[in-house]
Design a protein. Structure first.
Length: 144
């Protein structure tokens, strides 16, 4: 009985060691959301894996929109490094941009945003000039 308990503890310790070791390789993804506008919500996801910081943007709508246009922007150290990309999806409820990436530098703060807009054919909802409250953003500070 004592031997089984010791074996169980050894297996548990080994499993914990694997989880901790794998946790140092990648930072958990962070997601930010903007306020809904015209039934659509912008979100942006930012994560780090190894020596690279990644981000992508997504627009999700309650109803099918004519054209959804999410736009991802990723910057490090107040714009010292910057990448952006957008995508247009026709007759869709969801649209996700391609992923952008920049090299991670210790001590830098990275910011990702999605200022996407859509053509929804809804009276009173502008196609291109959405309120700033609809912009999604999140930040990450590189510690190593």
């Amino acid at each position: 009985m004592k031997k089984r308990i010791v074996q169980g503890m050894a297996i548990g310790t080994a499993a914990l060691g694997i989880i901790v070791a794998s946790g140092t390789a990648a930072q958990a993804a962070q997601t930010g959301k903007g306020k809904a506008y015209g039934g659509c919500t912008n979100s942006v996801t930012l994560w780090r894996k190894g020596s690279t910081v990644y981000a992508n943007a997504k627009m999700t709508c309650k109803k099918t929109g004519l054209i959804l246009r999410p736009t991802v922007a990723l910057s490090g150290n107040n714009g010292k490094t910057f990448k952006s990309n957008g995508k247009a999806c026709r007759k869709a409820k969801t649209c996700t941009t391609p992923t952008v990436s920049v090299k991670a530098t210790k001590g830098w703060t990275y910011r990702a945003s999605n200022s996407g807009n859509a053509t929804l054919a809804i009276a009173g909802v502008d196609d291109y000039f959405w309120p700033t409250s609809s912009v999604a953003h999140t930040t990450y500070k590189a510690k190593s």
